[in-house]
Design a protein around this ligand. Structure first.
Ligand SMILES: [Fe+2]
Ligand SMILES: [Fe+2]
Length: 260
C-alpha cells in the first residue's frame, strides 16, 4: 500500500529534476550510419512533434481540477510537467537538426491524440490518453535506443526513459485520486473503456511507428505483449484500493530519503 504523492512533493521533484537534467554529447553529432537512421527518422519526427505541445489545454484542465479539489499547487506542478515534456521535444528536435531532418508541424497520429485529449477540459480525459502514450513511450524510446549506434541518441533516450517512468506514476496517481469515490460498477466500466481505448492506441502506434519498433528489435508480437504487460501493471497501480489515503510517507519521500 502506498500513499498518494502530494502536489508539494511533486513540485519539489519536478523542480529538482529540471535543475539536474544531464548534458548530452552534442559534439559527437548523429554519429550513426544512414541505414540505421533511415527506419527511425520519419517516426522520430512525429514523436518529436508530440513532445512539443504548448500545454495550454493541460493548464486549463489543471486550473479546473485545482478549483474543484482545492489543490492550487497542482497548477504549478502541471506547468513544470509541461516544461519537462518540452525539454524532451527540444532534445529530439536538436537531434533531428543534426541529422538534417525537418521538424514537422503536422502528423495524423499526433492530430488524433490531441483530438482525444482536447475533447473535454477534464483532468481524467487528459491524463488517460497521456498515460497510455507514455506507456508506449517506454517501449518506443527503448527501441530507439537500441536501433542505432548513435551515442547522442542513446543518451537522449536514456534521459527521456528515466523521466517517463515518473510521468507514468504521476498520471496513475492522478487517476487513482479521480477514481477514488467512483462506485465499483462505474469503475469497472471505466477500466473497460480504457482497455478499448488502449487497444486502439496500440494498433495506431504500431501503424505509425512499426518500422522504428522493428529497427529496435521488436516484432509485432513482442511489441503487443510488452505494451499490454506494461499497461496491466499501470492498471493495477491505478486502483484506489492500492493506496492508503492517510499521512504515511509516499514512495517519492522514501526514495528521496534513501538518496539523501
Ligand atoms: Fe516526454
Ligand atoms: Fe511524459
Amino acid at each position: 500500500m502506498r500513499r498518494i504523492t502530494s502536489s508539494s512533493e511533486w513540485l519539489a521533484y519536478y523542480t529538482s529534476n529540471l535543475a539536474s537534467h544531464p548534458t548530452h554529447p552534442w559534439h559527437l553529432g548523429v554519429d550513426a550510419p544512414h541505414d540505421q537512421l533511415e527506419p527511425i527518422v520519419g517516426s522520430l519526427q512525429a514523436w518529436q512533434l508530440g513532445e512539443t505541445s504548448d500545454g495550454s489545454h493541460l493548464m486549463r484542465s489543471a486550473e479546473v481540477y485545482a478549483r474543484k479539489t482545492g489543490d492550487t499547487t497542482f497548477v504549478e506542478v502541471a506547468r513544470l510537467f509541461i516544461q519537462e515534456e518540452q525539454l524532451h521535444g527540444d532534445m529530439l528536435g536538436r537531434f533531428l537538426d543534426a541529422a538534417d531532418a525537418k521538424r514537422i508541424k503536422w502528423n495524423w497520429g499526433d492530430y488524433a491524440f490531441r483530438a482525444v485529449r482536447y475533447s473535454f477540459t477534464s483532468m481524467e480525459v487528459w491524463a488517460t490518453p497521456v498515460l497510455m502514450v507514455e506507456t508506449m513511450a517506454l517501449i518506443y524510446y527503448k527501441a530507439l535506443h537500441d536501433a542505432t549506434e548513435s551515442r547522442l541518441l542513446r543518451s537522449i533516450c536514456s534521459q527521456i526513459l528515466r523521466d517517463e517512468v515518473t510521468h507514468i506514476r504521476f498520471q496513475i496517481e492522478r487517476l487513482a485520486i479521480l477514481h477514488r469515490k467512483r462506485p465499483k460498477w462505474l469503475l469497472n466500466l471505466t477500466y473497460l473503456q480504457q482497455r478499448l481505448l488502449y487497444f486502439i492506441v496500440c494498433i495506431t502506434v504500431w501503424i505509425g511507428h512499426g518500422k522504428a519498433f522493428r529497427a529496435g528489435g521488436h516484432t509485432f508480437r513482442s511489441y503487443w505483449q510488452t505494451a499490454w504487460r506494461k499497461m496491466n501493471s499501470a492498471w493495477r497501480r491505478m486502483k484506489p484500493s492500492q493506496y492508503v489515503w492517510g499521512d504515511t510517507p509516499s514512495v517519492l519521500e522514501v526514495l528521496t530519503r534513501k538518496v539523501a
